[in-house]
Design a protein around this ligand. Structure first.
Ligand SMILES: C[S@@+](CC[C@H](N)C(=O)[O-])C[C@H]1O[C@@H](n2cnc3c(N)ncnc32)[C@H](O)[C@@H]1O
Length: 275
């Protein structure tokens, strides 16, 4: 499928359903959608950056007063539900969040939510994103604005089974060649702190027993999309090793019921603009 940006994952119907399944995974893991420490007011404005299918916004819309305004931004509208299905207090739009946002967005939001940006940065420094979105001089300008961020740490993983461990070693080598550097996630809290924010919560954990299989399933699907994406980045030179890894991945998916575990670590973070 042709891509109009350098997003390494897919945007097909299966890819959208995977995002929605990941939403369930996060919801069951954290036990909340909007962090419970964020005070709800009737006139608040909440934005999600890199919103995908907007499933998080749809979920919180059901729980918030209809006067709260909800905004979703993404570099592509390819996974947005049709406009006629949006609640009245919704607005979804195209925006590349790695470039400076328009002045009309500066200081507009009480909460900015980000989730699963791991593959979006592709070796770029997080400070690009943070200086545009997390910095109080940009989107979250009003004193007391919150950043809620849930991320996948693909460096500290829980991988069980010899085939899965060998696959992890080989795919990590490929990530290196494709410039997919996931190490920035470990330093996320420090980067946000440097942007004039107070960290309220920053936690890296592992999925509870009952969620491990859902993470394995959704992650193996995501890796299939990423391998496709890497073909687009690296082209023919790498085709053989990607095809081999695709085959290994296919075998791993067949063996999922035999005790294979392939999990990233969930990182959740809440920070508030220093007043
Ligand atoms: C893995 S999806 C996560 C979607 C959503 N946050 C969720 O958790 O369900 C990452 C999203 O980031 C978007 N994205 C990638 N690069 C972006 C950019 N530079 N600016 C805005 N969105 C971007 C992709 O189009 C995709 O929808």
């Amino acid at each position: 499928m042709a891509r109009d940006d350098d997003y390494v994952l897919g945007r097909s119907i299966a890819d959208s359903i995977r995002l929605d399944a990941q939403h369930l995974l996060w919801k069951l893991h954290t036990g909340y959608e909007l962090h419970p420490a964020i005070p709800i007011t009737s006139d608040m404005k909440i934005a999600e950056v890199g919103t995908g299918t907007a499933i998080w916004l749809f979920d919180i819309a059901r729980q918030l007063p209809p006067t709260v305004r909800l905004f979703g931004f993404d570099i592509s509208d390819g996974q947005f539900p049709p406009k006629k299905l949006w609640p009245q207090n919704f607005s979804l739009g195209i925006l590349d969040s790695l470039t400076k946002p328009p002045a009309s967005l500066a200081g507009q939001f009480d909460v900015v939510h980000l989730r699963m940006w791991a593959s979006n940065l592709r070796g770029k420094d997080t400070s690009i994103l943070i200086s545009h979105f997390v910095n109080p001089t940009d989107v979250v300008e009003e004193p007391g604005g919150f950043i809620q961020w849930e991320e996948a740490d693909l460096v500290h993983q829980l991988v069980e089974g010899p085939k899965a461990q060998e696959f992890e070693r080989r795919i990590n080598e490929l990530f290196g060649k494709a410039g997919l550097d996931y190490s920035w996630v470990s330093g996320l809290a420090e980067s946000i702190q440097q942007g004039d924010f107070r960290i309220i919560e920053a936690e890296r954990s592992q999925f509870k027993h009952e969620l491990v299989h859902l993470c394995t399933n959704t992650y193996l699907m995501a890796l299939r999309e990423i391998l496709q994406g890497i073909k687009g980045i690296l082209g023919d030179q790498i085709l053989l090793s990607v095809t081999e890894l695709e085959l290994n991945l296919y075998h791993l998916t067949l063996e999922r019921a035999n005790g294979i575990i392939y999990n990233w670590s969930p990182v959740s973070l809440l920070a508030q603009n220093k007043e």
